[in-house]
Design a protein around this ligand. Structure first.
Ligand code: PGA
Length: 261
């Protein structure tokens, strides 16, 4: 964890919670989360809850994040919502989550276009990068990380890089309730490799500056061990972000760590 910038804690609610339940969760979190100078708390609700929540949240405590959007700004794309439409409402958008890559067949090129569309519309893309279990078992992790990262950033200039957030999310460690989690050592190596790729593309300073988070079954008990990994600037939380006790405890752990550094 780097002491001269914020720790980012992102809650990805996925396809859970209707509008009412989303409001209730924000209400409960609001009672427990303080305004932290060094910790930025980001909530990624469903698209449906985005507009009401944007009017309800305390913007000093929370930032909103979309879970996905369409790369064209407008047109006959039935069923889609564009980054352009979200520009006034969200600060961030998750791009290339493994669920999108796997269930919706998103290609490297689609993700590249989404990253570009996000930046064009003033939204910071939170780009998820990580290998599947098969790829890991086949010893292809580095190649996969390399390919996903370099294509995602293909049209991004050094100046635009400041608005990018990367996440290492090994698919095999996401939403595992049977204890398969990534070891801090492995996370450290993967994240160092990601920064090395950024260094090769944009130089040393950019590699140090870019935010890199970890995601994959992080909970209130192990969040400290992930945030303590050198090079990790925060966490992307799925399941545990739906429970206000757990999510508030995660935010609190991040805050305590910041007080210690
Ligand atoms: P998880 O999800 O914390 O439930 O593993 C992380 C994510 O998919 O963003």
């Amino acid at each position: 964890m780097n002491s001269d910038r914020k720790t980012l804690i992102v809650g990805n609610w996925k396809m859970h919670l209707n509008v009412h339940q989303s409001s209730l969760l924000v209400h409960r979190l609001n009672e427990r989360v303080k305004v932290h100078r060094d910790v930025e708390v980001v909530l990624a609700p469903s698209m449906l809850a985005m507009q009401p929540l944007s009017l309800e949240i305390d913007h000093r405590k929370f930032r909103l994040c979309a879970q996905d959007a369409y790369p064209k700004d407008e047109g006959g794309y039935t069923g889609e919502v564009s980054f352009a439409m979200l520009g006034d409402i969200v600060r961030y958008c998750i791009v290339g989550h493994s669920a999108r890559r796997i269930y919706f067949n998103e290609t490297l090129e689609t993700i590249r276009d989404k990253v570009q569309a996000a930046v064009r519309n003033g939204i910071s893309p939170i780009i998820c990068i990580g290998e599947t279990k098969q790829e890991r078992d086949a010893g292809e992790s580095r190649q996969v990380i390399h390919d996903q990262l370099t294509t995602a950033l293909m049209n991004i200039t050094s100046r635009e890089l400041d608005s990018i957030v990367l996440v290492y999310e090994p698919t095999w460690a996401i939403s595992t309730f049977d204890g398969i989690i990534a070891k801090p050592d492995d996370v450290q190596k993967a994240i160092a490799y990601m920064r090395m790729q950024v260094r090769e593309l944009y130089g040393e300073k950019a590699a140090e500056r870019i935010y890199v988070l970890y995601g994959g079954s992080v909970n209130e008990h192990d969040v400290r061990s992930y945030l303590n990994i050198p090079g990790v600037d925060g966490a992307l939380i799925g399941a545990a972000s739906l429970n206000y006790h757990q999510f508030a405890a995660i935010v609190d752990a991040a805050y305590r760590l910041r007080l210690e550094v």
